[in-house]
Design a protein around this ligand. Structure first.
Ligand SMILES: C[S@@+](CC[C@H](N)C(=O)[O-])C[C@H]1O[C@@H](n2cnc3c(N)ncnc32)[C@H](O)[C@@H]1O
Length: 383
């Protein structure tokens, strides 16, 4: 199915770049203020199912996987502004032609240029297909040896001039594309998303998912493949794929209650999921503690920390920092020790078990202070 599915996708989206195909999109409401400067041919060839661009911030470097005619990139360009940068990647030439033709038009209307489109397969974000094509023009393949040499050339390009370098992107977005990648490449795809993100970066992905596994006979239908049906992952499989690739804080930002389509009793709907990179790395003891505020009695994070509501849990400096930021910010009380342990003096912390931290550990065993009642805010007194 692999190559048949990929060429079905290329054929269908190649045609959909020059003539609008309504069956390929599920209606999405984009923020109208960003659509004003985007040329009509781009807007008309919208084959998305969600809007990851609404979760972007000024100044960010954004990578859009399967950018099509460029709509999400041109919206993102306005959100991230002059200081930000947007890269669209697609494998289908007619889609790239429309996007590249319209990039200078959008830049002129906007007053700055911060968008570019690169040719590649999203499950292999290191390989620059334009660079490979340029080299192949001078080196046509006529024998098995040539083929092996081209494989070596591709490896060299991946290493020396990657399409998207490792740790280079703040946010990876995608709108209705991951389902089009064949199942055998899906693990690689999630690993690639993880690779290109910098530590602290995040993925915000809108895609079609199913409520039941898609049976083999539906998967074998190239029409349903290119129509965003056959390759859909199950809702739980989609979230688990982020987890397996090493992401944390995986959150469903939006889930359509009404399915986009139902085929053979299986519901296909759009979801938008956010996932963060940054839980990897060493754990150090700086005597910090956190208290989970609730409302759940107990929670389990992606690093295996189990926290009971209201309990003072010992955490390493990395977990402490992660809990202070999105998507956890506000869920925990963050408690610093009375005497700070400088990072250079911090000893390794065993993050494999969940332990409580006595208040005396935070304050120090010698702490013996007695104070007057603290002045409460709102002008009133406490008690
Ligand atoms: C459903 S359209 C979505 C286009 C765009 N994101 C939008 O919102 O309109 C899918 C796009 O992904 C591209 N695509 C599909 N599989 C791909 C792959 N493995 N690598 C790169 N691009 C791919 C197609 O060429 C097409 O432009």
């Amino acid at each position: 199915m692999t190559h048949r599915a990929e060429s079905a996708v290329k054929d269908r989206y190649g045609a959909a770049a020059s003539a609008q195909e309504p069956a390929l999109c599920c209606p999405v409401e984009y923020d109208p203020q960003y659509l004003k400067i985007i040329p009509r041919e781009v807007i008309e060839r919208d084959y998305g199912c969600g809007d990851p661009s609404r979760y972007l911030r000024p100044g960010e470097t954004v990578l859009d996987l399967g950018s099509g005619t460029g709509k999400i990139c041109f919206i993102a360009s306005q959100v991230v502004g002059k200081e930000g940068h947007v890269i669209g990647v697609d494998m289908t030439d007619p889609m790239l032609d429309v996007a590249r033709r319209n990039a200078p038009v959008v830049a002129e209307r906007l007053g700055f240029a911060n968008v570019e489109f690169r040719k590649g397969r999203i499950q292999d974000l290191a390989l620059d297909l334009d660079a490979l094509e340029a080299r192949l023009k001078t080196r046509p393949i006529t024998s098995a040896n040539d083929f092996l040499e081209v494989e070596a050339l591709a490896d060299e390009l991946r290493l020396k001039q990657p399409l998207i370098p490792t740790d280079s992107v703040d946010v990876v977005v995608s709108n209705c594309v991951l389902n089009l990648v064949d199942p055998r490449s899906k693990r690689l795809l999630f690993e690639e998303i993880f690779r290109v993100l910098r530590m602290g970066g995040r993925a915000v992905i809108s895609d079609i998912v199913s409520d039941e596994p898609v049976p083999d006979e539906l998967q074998a239908d190239p029409e349903l493949w290119s129509g965003c049906i056959s390759g859909a992952m199950t809702e739980q499989g989609f979230l688990a794929a982020f987890e397996s690739a090493g992401f944390y804080g995986i959150t469903v930002l939006k889930r359509d209650a009404v399915p986009w389509r139902t085929v053979a009793g299986i519901e296909f709907r759009s979801v938008t999921v956010e996932a963060f990179k940054g839980k990897q790395g060493p754990c150090f003891e700086r005597n910090q503690a956190v208290v989970y505020r609730g409302p759940f009695k107990e929670i389990l994070d992606d690093d295996g920390h189990r926290m009971q509501r209201g309990q003072r849990h010992a955490v390493c400096d990395k977990t402490y920092q992660l809990y202070s930021k999105a998507p956890y910010a506000g869920q925990f009380e963050l408690i610093d020790p009375l005497s700070e342990i400088p990072p250079a003096d911090a000893k390794p912390f065993d993050c494999s078990r969940s332990v409580l931290r006595h208040p005396r550990e935070t304050k120090g065993l010698d702490y013996n202070s007695t104070t007057e009642a603290a002045q409460c805010c709102d002008g009133g007194g406490c008690c």
